[in-house]
Design a binder for this molecule. Structure first.
Ligand code: GAL
Length: 657
């Protein structure tokens, strides 16, 4: 079975609407809903007094309708009574302002009162619904990521730091506290990063984000363990959210959930949304080790900066199946029914304000039918990729700091661009995680790896990459990689520190470029954003800078190392140039496109014996199949070339004939 459904908030509606809901869910082929995510004030209206009657009734009704439930613990939004009774559990921002209720996420994960209340409500739900036949999954909390800088957090931070650094001198060294007289002579002097007169210490900020990730993980595992004590066989998950503000290292968290669940909201109205969908799906598959679930996306809108964009017909289907192609065990949405009020009253839903007589609901009905027919593909092996891009949350955090050589350094944009170039070059792509213990063992699956802005790297990870190249790997190192050790201390002797010897280059100074600057290299490559004065020491020069003070100096280099090759890009290539270069490296590494001759607008994903074809353009495309097949949705036999309508998609099961 593939999961199909979304956040369902019956507590926002009179009970007479619930029967309609279940009938419409059946019509759309909904298989699971996430229930009660923000229902704490309805479940426990006063401390210790529970009202489960309404939840019993809707759980039963859903079960009668054949719909499963991912039952949430509501701990992302404590009720007003809680914050009034426990003001010390309200979060405090970096300016020392204590926030108040009236929104959501108003809690401090280090506050004992909050943690105890969260455990209590989780236990109450665990006890009550342990045997309920609709219960398919536990959905703990919602999008962990809340930041707090209060005194309780300060205490917890110090405990975490003692654990990590052991000795105060070690911490002083790691944080370079000799700079600006910040040397600590007692643990109690250390604070979370709060408002300061001028730039904060970057190592302190970085450690705080690591701490927060671990602290929030502690809050999650505590609830998970409570739930497991009632239902050892029901999977427990929480929905990961990705954003610059989120201090959660999902690659690490993945080991603690039974199923990686991811929320994803593309932010580009044009074809960028499809590229982002592919990016998120590939990254989630990497976190999940193959299997994961799209827990939320918007059915009928794309949040572009400052404006909501309604999806064109077919886009809901293509996006949803795009995640499934990349290993998702279904497609879930925020949300089932669009609310009449509340802060997110215009966020889209499967049942919009207009009601079920609407394009989005009709498209959902068709999608539900397709997903039902695809049920047998739920356990297909995930897409195999021989190319990977590196993802490292701490490098992202470090590059969000102040005092960097350029204010517009953007880690996420760099990783997305590398993935996008490979997407456009029609190569199937995965992710590797240099911060994980298992990183060296993960490399064997790949023939090519790209490191965009891998700013922090351990000696161990760098050495593993060196061994992998010598054994035949093709490595592309982007600028701002290998610069610092995991504490954020610069690797001396020239950039890119950890990879200097492997690449056979030494960069002696940086020349960050204004965003409007174009740098033309002598082989026609179009670059910008960044430049470096590079000296080669064993590498061959592939392209030279042609202008400015760096004219005639190496910009792109290549070095053969054992059976492999290590490339260095000391500048930011534009999309077309990066696509060309990464396509060339992929071919050299023996990795071809998913399908030869694909038009620009057509995306192909190979998953086991399934070939997913998505036509994101407006014009029908005729595509050659690699062999006889059947349409996995309709069962229709397919021979030779197939036509995929503009905005349409087709899933061919290749081995079935
Ligand atoms: C998600 C969140 C939902 C809702 C949605 C709106 O990130 O989990 O609760 O806020 O965004 O887009």
């Amino acid at each position: 079975m593939l999961f199909f459904g979304g956040d369902y908030n019956p507590e926002q509606w009179p009970e007479k609407v619930w029967d309609d809901d279940v009938a419409l869910m059946r019509q759309a082929g909904i298989t699971m809903v996430s229930l009660g995510i923000f229902a704490w004030s309805h479940l426990e209206p006063r401390e210790g007094e529970y009202e489960f009657g309404w939840l019993d009734r809707i759980m039963d009704r859903l079960h009668d309708g054949g719909i499963r439930v991912a039952l949430a613990t509501p701990t992302a939004s404590p009720p007003p009574w809680f914050t009034l009774a426990h003001p010390s559990a309200l979060p405090v921002n970096a300016d020392g302002v204590r926030l108040t209720h009236g929104s959501r996420d108003t809690y401090c994960a280090s506050a004992p009162a909050y943690r105890a209340a969260a455990r209590r409500i989780a236990a109450a739900l665990g006890e009550r619904y342990a045997g309920h036949p609709a219960l398919a999954m536990w959905h703990v909390h919602n999008e962990y990521g809340t930041d707090c800088r209060c005194d309780l957090t300060a205490e917890a931070f110090r405990t975490w730091l003692r654990d990590r650094h052991g000795d105060l001198d070690v911490l002083n060294e790691a944080w370079t506290t000799a700079f600006w007289s910040q040397r600590y002579s007692d643990w109690s002097q250390i604070m979370p990063p709060r408002a300061t007169q001028y730039l904060p210490n970057p190592a302190q900020v970085l450690d705080f984000r690591r701490f927060l990730s671990d602290e929030l993980l502690g809050a999650f595992t505590e609830q998970r363990d409570v739930l497991r004590s009632f239902t050892p066989d029901i999977p427990v998950t929480t929905n990961f959210v990705q954003g610059g503000w989120v201090s959660v290292d999902h690659a690490r968290w993945a080991a603690e959930v039974d199923l990686v669940a991811v929320d994803h909201y593309p932010d580009s109205a044009g074809p960028g949304a499809e590229e982002e969908t592919a990016f998120a799906g590939d990254l989630a598959r990497g976190w999940g080790g193959g299997s994961w679930l799209l827990m939320e996306t918007a059915p009928n809108l794309i949040y572009t900066p400052g404006r909501m964009h309604a999806k064109e017909p077919g886009r809901l289907t293509r996006h949803s199946l795009g995640y499934v192609a990349r290993g998702s065990r279904g497609a879930m949405y925020f949300q089932w029914r669009q609310p009449r009020g509340g802060a997110e009253l215009f966020h889209s839903a499967l049942v919009p304000h207009a009601g079920a007589d609407s394009p989005v609901f009709r498209e959902a009905v068709g999608l539900g039918r397709a997903l039902k027919n695809l049920a047998t593909t739920a356990d297909a092996a995930p897409p195999a990729a021989r190319i990977a891009v590196a993802w490292d949350a701490p490098s992202w955090w470090a590059l969000q700091g102040a005092g960097l050589p350029a204010a517009d350094i953007d880690y996420l944009a760099a990783v997305r661009q590398a993935h996008r170039a490979l997407f456009r070059a029609k190569r199937q792509t995965g992710f590797v995680f240099p911060g994980l213990e298992s990183f060296p063992d993960s490399l064997g699956a790949y023939s090519m790896i790209v490191l965009p802005h891998l700013y922090l790297v351990s000696d161990r990870a760098a050495a593993a990459l060196g061994d992998w190249v010598a054994a035949g790997g093709h490595l592309v190192v982007g600028y701002l990689s290998g610069i610092a050790d995991p504490a954020g201390r610069i690797r001396l002797g020239g950039y890119p520190g950890a990879f200097r010897d492997l690449l056979g280059v030494r960069a002696v100074e940086w020349h960050p470029q204004p965003p409007e600057t174009t740098l033309l290299l002598d082989d026609g490559t179009v670059a910008g954003r960044w430049a470096e004065r590079v000296e080669t020491a064993g590498a061959a020069t592939v392209a030279l800078y042609t202008s400015g003070v760096l004219a005639g100096a190496p910009a792109i280099t290549r070095r053969e190392v054992g059976a492999g090759v290590a490339w260095y890009l000391s500048t930011g290539l534009d999309d077309d140039s990066l696509e060309r270069l990464l396509g060339t490296v992929a071919s050299e590494a023996g990795v071809g496109p998913v399908l030869e001759g694909l038009p620009r607008d057509v995306e192909a994903v190979r998953r086991d014996d399934l070939l997913y074809l998505f036509n994101h353009g407006p014009v029908a495309a005729s595509l050659p199949l690699p062999g006889p097949a059947v349409d996995a949705v309709t069962g229709r036999p397919l021979h030779g070339a197939v036509t995929v309508a503009g905005g349409g998609c087709l899933i061919a099961r290749l081995s079935a004939v």
